[in-house]
Design a binder for this molecule. Structure first.
Ligand code: PLP
Length: 418
């Protein structure tokens, strides 16, 4: 029972350094968040020791009576949160959930219709090197000139290609999707509708974004983005029609033993997501993104070639368009890193620059909202970002402003990781 810092000082030092990095910089990667201490506590328990292949009440191992309790809590809580009749909380990640969902709905060789990766889709929605692109016949839809999903194209491609599955969901898109319209098109061509709400699940849980569950045959999500829980995935469905297929696609289809310590942590995070504080936090997440978008379309930003895709945002992220800027995505990401703000560069639709460089930034507000940022703090962050993207920016002065914000909202105060 030697403590980590004695047993393995190298790992302990890296963990401590990461804690310090998270505390002292501003995390604005749109897919990241800060898990509450209680969630990390649940994940760090003896439940990591337990094998529990199967599902609660139907396990292939003895001694599962306690992990049955935590897994059932996770299932019931997430069903309540999203109004679903079916939930599987075992997928190890969002990609694992998507793999199981796709194989439950379709067979290799079938046609699937998803949003192009370069237009905001995810790898698992049909990217060439991903299982989805290798094993399925992929047809991709796009966003239009205004940066909005082109529903006329979705309908045309659906009619021309009769896909088995239509995928609605994104990793980089700043607006709501029209789930009712996706449903109508899916019904018209006899396709299944799968919604991947990995990014916006927290907003849905808070009632601040349309809920895809009533429209889709299957809904997948991660648990660690806006939802704010441990790293992992889930599968939901409005009815039990696909329950057997989905369960067997997860186990024994793709996974062995579930991560019961993570599932317990998911249960805790779903409890938190049902509360008023969570709603208020999601509202601040949305307010922060809107403030950022409004700041980055002002004249001084436009003058240096900075713009915002689709002109604004309805969600927790802003897509910055740098096509007319001297800075490419890589340089802009590096600039913000230099002043203590972490974001990721992102290809934008019809990006003239190569994928490793890009002409865009994806900037998200969930982690800062979790940290307690209020409207005035987001105004300050937005101003720091706008200044950092200008030529002749003063890195030291901006870094001092970042540090002041980080100090104002301490992250994990008192937490000692090793
Ligand atoms: N689906 C979407 C829409 C995502 O954005 C992501 C993650 O970026 C995933 C699925 C995959 O999640 P994970 O990284 O947990 O496999």
């Amino acid at each position: 029972n030697t403590p980590l810092h004695e047993l393995d000082p190298e790992v302990a030092a890296a963990v401590d350094a990461e804690l310090h990095r998270q505390q002292s910089t501003l995390e604005m990667i749109a897919s990241e968040n800060f898990a509450p201490v209680a969630v990390m506590e649940a994940q760090g328990t003896v439940l990591t020791n337990k094998y529990a292949e199967g599902y609660p009440g139907r396990r292939y191992y003895g001694g599962c009576e306690h992990v049955d309790v935590t897994e059932r809590l996770a299932i019931e809580r997430i069903k309540d949160l999203f109004g679903a009749e079916y939930a599987n909380v075992q997928p190890h990640s969002g990609a694992s959930a998507n793999q199981a969902a796709l194989f439950a709905l379709a067979q290799p060789g079938d046609t699937i219709l998803g949003l192009d990766l370069a237009h905001g889709g995810h790898l698992t929605h049909g990217m060439r090197l991903n299982f989805s692109g290798k094993q399925f016949n992929v047809v991709a839809y796009h966003v239009d000139e205004a940066g909005l999903v082109d529903m006329a194209e979705v309908e045309r491609l659906a009619k021309e290609n009769s896909p088995k599955v239509i995928i609605a969901g994104w990793s980089a898109y700043p607006r709501h999707l029209d789930f009712a319209e996706f449903r109508r098109i899916a019904d018209e061509v006899g396709a299944y509708l799968w919604v991947d709400m990995a990014h916006f699940a927290g907003l849905v849980a808070a009632g601040l974004h349309p809920n895809p569950v009533p429209f889709a045959d299957v809904v997948t999500s991660t648990t660690h983005k806006t939802l704010g829980g441990p790293r992992g995935g889930v599968i939901l469905a409005r009815s039990k029609d696909f329950a057997k297929k989905l369960n067997s696609a997860v186990f024994p289809g793709f996974q062995g033993g579930p991560l019961e310590h993570v599932i317990a942590a998911k249960a805790v995070s779903f409890k938190i997501a049902a509360g008023e504080e969570f709603k208020e936090r999601q509202q601040r997440t949305l307010d922060g993104a809107r403030i950022l978008a409004e700041r980055l379309v002002q004249d001084d930003a436009k003058a240096v070639g900075v713009d915002v895709l689709s002109g604004g945002t309805d969600v927790h992220l802003v897509l910055v368009d740098l096509r007319n800027s001297e800075l490419d995505g890589q340089q802009a990401e590096d600039r913000l890193h230099e002043v203590g703000i972490t974001v990721n560069r992102n290809a934008i639709p019809n990006d003239p620059r190569p994928p490793m460089v890009t002409s865009g930034l994806r900037i998200g507000t969930p982690a800062l909202a979790t940290r307690g940022f209020q409207t005035e703090d987001f105004r300050e962050v937005a101003d720091i970002i706008a200044e950092a993207l200008k030529p002749g920016f003063d890195a030291d002065a901006l870094k001092a402003r970042v540090t002041a914000l980080a100090d104002k909202h301490p992250l994990y105060p008192g937490l000692k990781q090793s």
